[in-house]
Design a protein around this ligand. Structure first.
Ligand code: F0G
Length: 350
């Protein structure tokens, strides 16, 4: 069957009707890839859900196809969001596809270069504020409440509806839900969406089990872990540099209802996990390495000791190409040499 995006595939589980104009870039249907390096370390069957392979390179596209389609259905001409980068890239692309205007607020100096390029190339109006994501989010909530502009952050319930389809795909692929699901937590929309998806699929009789949800925040931006707002969040994982998440309560509920946990991982642990994934052929942005760092941390604490061979799915949320600066940070640039066979053979030791 030809893949034409998550709305067509999972229409019966989504709040759309025959009159909803479907704005899609054929998002979704991302691969679930077994990672033997991680299975070997943990004793679990570890898979990654490679969301970096969505049209704009992140999981946001699943939510954005819904948010923009519903905005279009309503007759909206303008959409707006605050973003650490990926939401703005996705909103800009889907708004372009829908021929709508898009305004984005970003924290000045704290979004990865690829994401900024995306928002700009799709002709969103990009406004960098001297503040962090939480300040930007506060502003867009106020403006969208007072003016005819649709908010497309994950506070918009259609975003969560679209994003829950990743859980459906995982169950369809594995034949059931996995025992564990690990995921980065920033504004906390995605953990909320997955948990909703897993529950709905079970209620519909499409799966039998529910996973334990394991959420991971960066240590310098871990409000849920510490149960308090973090005024000045800091982390190398700029995508999840958030101190006051919108879906805080729903994330705590996903954690508690599933019997899981939300924990913190340091920037160093995140970068080590990032390198392990790169070594397995998978290029992600730093925030996406947080769940890998998290399961490695839990593994050393003995958390999985009675769960040998059980299935673990880690959502890796964004593509590594989004953030080339972090990727190249401690790597030596290649040195140019003469275009000469002998020189090349000497360099590669042949
Ligand atoms: N991973 C990446 C790559 C992200 O961009 C985000 C969020 C998350 C994880 C966390 O997901 O917010 O649903 O808990 N990025 C948002 C943005 C905040 O503006 O692009 P969450």
């Amino acid at each position: 069957m030809r893949w034409t995006g998550i709305i067509e595939r999972y229409r019966e589980y989504l709040p759309v009707n025959d009159k909803t104009p479907v704005v899609t870039l054929y998002e979704g249907n991302t691969p679930l890839i077994p990672i033997k390096q991680l299975s070997k370390i943990t004793g679990l069957q570890v898979f990654i859900k490679y969301e970096g392979l969505n049209p704009t390179g992140s999981f946001k596209d699943r939510g954005m196809t819904m948010a923009i389609s519903k905005a279009k259905e309503k007759g909206a001409a303008m959409v707006m969001c605050a973003s650490t980068g990926n939401t703005s890239a996705s909103a800009a692309a889907y708004a372009a596809a829908a021929e709508m205007k898009c305004f984005v607020l970003i924290p000045d100096g704290n979004i990865a270069m690829g994401k900024l390029a995306q928002a700009m190339v799709h002709k969103a109006k990009v406004i960098a504020i001297k503040g962090n994501f939480d300040d930007a989010f506060h502003l867009v909530k106020g403006i969208s409440a007072d003016y005819p502009v649709e908010l497309v952050n994950s506070l918009n319930p259609f975003r969560i509806e679209g994003q829950k389809t990743a859980a459906f795909e995982i169950c369809d692929f594995l034949g059931d839900a996995p025992e564990f699901h690990a995921i980065p937590v920033g504004n906390a929309g995605n953990i909320t969406a997955y948990w909703k998806g897993y529950k709905e699929y079970k209620s519909a009789g499409k799966s039998q089990a529910l996973p334990k949800m394991l959420g991971f925040q960066a240590a310098g931006a871990a409000p849920i872990v510490h149960d308090r707002i973090i005024e000045h969040p800091e982390t190398v994982a700029t995508a999840i540099r958030i101190g006051n998440p919108a879906s805080w309560k729903a994330a705590v509920q996903a954690r508690d209802d599933s019997g899981g946990l939300i924990d913190a991982v340091s920037d160093q642990e995140i970068l080590e996990a990032y390198k392990i994934l790169a070594g397995a052929g998978i290029f992600v942005e730093p925030a996406s390495a947080a769940p890998i760092a998290g399961i490695l941390k839990l593994n050393t604490q003995g958390y999985f000791k009675n769960h040998a061979a059980q299935r673990m799915v880690c959502t890796v949320t964004g593509h590594g190409l989004k953030d080339p600066k972090t990727a190249m940070q401690d790597l030596a640039q290649p040195v140019a040499v003469p275009a000469d066979r002998q020189t090349i053979l000497k360099m590669i030791g042949l």
